[in-house]
Write a protein that binds this ligand. Sequence first.
Ligand code: 3HC
Ligand code: NAI
Length: 708
Amino acid sequence: MSQTATPAVHVNVHNHIALVLIDNPPVNALGVAVRQGLQHAIAQAEANEQVHAVLILGQGKAFIAGADIREFGLPPQAPSLPDVCNAIEACSKPVVAAIHGPALGGGLEVAMSAHYRVATASAKLGLPEVQLGLLPGAGGTQRAPRLVGAQAALDLMLSGRHIGAQEALRMGLIDHIATSDYVETEGLAYVRHVLAEGAQVRRTRDQTEALADKGAQRVAIDAARTEVRKKRGLFSPDKIVDCVQAALDLPFDEGLRTERTQFEQCLASPQRAGLIHAFFAEREVLKAPETKAAKPRALNSVGVIGGGTMGAGIAVAMLDAGLHVTMIERDDQALAQGRARVEKVYDGLIAKGRMSSQGKAIVMSRYVGATDYAALSQADLVVEAVFEDMAVKHAVFAQLDKVCKPGAVLATNTSYLDINEIAAGVFRPQDVIGLHFFSPANIMKLLEIVVPAKVSADVVATGFELAKRLKKVPVRAGVCDGFIGNRILATYRTAADYMMEDGASPYEIDQMARAFGYPMGPYEVSDLAGGDIGWATRKRRAATRDPRARYVHIADQLCERGWFGQKTGRGYYLYANGARTGTPDPEVLAIVDAERVKAGIKPHTFTPEELQRRYLAAMVNEGAKVVEEGIALRPLDVDVTLVHGYGFPRYRGGPMKYADMVGLPTILADIRAFAEEDPLFWQPAALLVRLVAEGRDFESLNKGDHHA
Ligand code: 3HC
Ligand code: NAI
């Protein structure tokens, strides 16, 4: 006998087992049709005397990836997921969940509501709601502790990590690992086993064993609470701990009510909106026009030119991704230093016990160094990371033009130089692209894929493919001074310098940035990166600077004294005896004062809120210009760039999402007010003016149909 419940959930009754198949591509998210289908299927199974047991499984590549994230923020539609989970658990016939691929969030909550769980080796289980600013809201905070105890449940919910079948079995989250990947066959076999054993319904809500040792549970909960409070910023972790406490102290139904209240608070929080925006934006950036139009070129062996800070980091990123790397340096000594920089990363891992010497040897067997460019004749892609100087770049690209095989991708890691000009120097401009990594290149997730005028689409697609292999977040950028990220950075750093000269101390500005959610403030970052880097850039650009623009000399004053930051023991802060965290320096404040006097400025105080408004308005305004000029495809590309390359708090979504949440009219009014003091710096972006006039927001320019 066979019946179909709804298009999203198929029910097939065979040999007394109701096989409930969720079919909602691509990942079987629990949208309203799936929830209705599941509810209906359970009711049918309950009513049908022929049915002795129920098997729930997913069609395609996943069991269930969770609640449908696109529905958050929209009016709720019945049945709710908690009701569906309760109905599954209440079923009077044994219910088995057979898991393959992702069983995440609401997906795992469905599985935990079933009476038995079997998983294939490919299963990925987790409660990643915390990454979306949420907590498991369909009974997960109550059922997970009953299955695995408070400590393991807290670990899953606070980290959001995905675990494999083996770990899930050890934890007690599942009952059995299937021997093959045929989830339907394995699931049915397990149901027959359950029935043959005479097993009855086994409701998670009634399980007591994992929570029996109350003392141990309390220790785990207290420890988690302490950990969570140390990491300020996120809203939902504290609430997750509250829910687990409720699982320990309250009857199941009351615990569920606690969870509901807490979940709804998370749902209403701006962090939820910010994090869900980030989730979709990180997926949208992958959809550049060229990745749709063309296939990537082959990518096995790569070349890296320059073994300095960036070259070495890029080489490590490539090696970590399993690629073969050839590094080119100017002479044997520089090459030895380049290799040493690469090895230092792995030696650091060995020292921390995260790599064996044998592991290092295996990785380093894919590395070769050379001083002769001929070693690059077979490379599929070459990234140049030599000095930031157009003449040096031209010389390097001329060499590459000579030695590289036809079709090799020739990439530059330049921070600011004109890539069209670099491409114009070779006979194959269609193969030249910008791949802008961030320091440290083996750690930072952002990769700007900078698209010059003549590059062919498959080269751009290869850039995105490389990012995927390196597990980086790619953002397509157009050519301009600083591309997306450094261009916007330059603007809000200038705004910070203006505020400093006008009366705020660098320490107040850093404090404001940290309070906003940045891991560090702009002056701490400068001290970490080394003030000399910015100084060199400023000197290089002095000749082309707009003579009408205001210029703050404070940073140059520090550099002239040799105060480059951490590496020299002082910069904006003092770093006594090699300390990593600095202390405020009265001499710096005296220099700031002296510069104010020289510039004829009468300092005034700024509240933290005023500092934040200016800092963010500068960022958003430049972001709007970058979008308006087509340097970024959409506002969301700016968001992803600033989150993954510049420390903008992910839970705020990005500067453009932040602007939408504040309201574009407010941002524009601020910019116009600031423009009264300095109309040149605070010219409102035409795009911002237009959107405000039309009553629209940045989100209206983001493609895709999500509603975060
Ligand atoms: N809801 C809606 N759409 C989803 C989704 C979800 N839960 N999960 C993934 N998608 C969409 C993606 O946006 C993407 O759409 P696109 O093709 O239009 O861009 C498509 O599914 C495929 O996703 P990926 O590109 O990410 O595919 P991968 O194979 O790389 O990864 C995955 C699959 C591991 C399932 C990953 O998508 C993922 O981590 N998804 C989110 C899981 C999650 O956070 N679940 C918890 C949801 S909150 C919840 O359940 C609340 C509950 O407690 C009440
Ligand atoms: P670096 O000075 O640390 O390293 C440059 C290396 O290139 C040196 O080891 C030098 O010996 C080598 N080199 C110079 N000319 C060469 C040539 N003709 N052939 C082979 N090797 C040569 O510089 P860094 O910081 O690594 O920067 C490199 C590039 O990356 C620059 O274009 C810079 O703008 C860009 N960049 C730097 C970032 C940073 O944070 N340092 C971030 C992103 C990009």
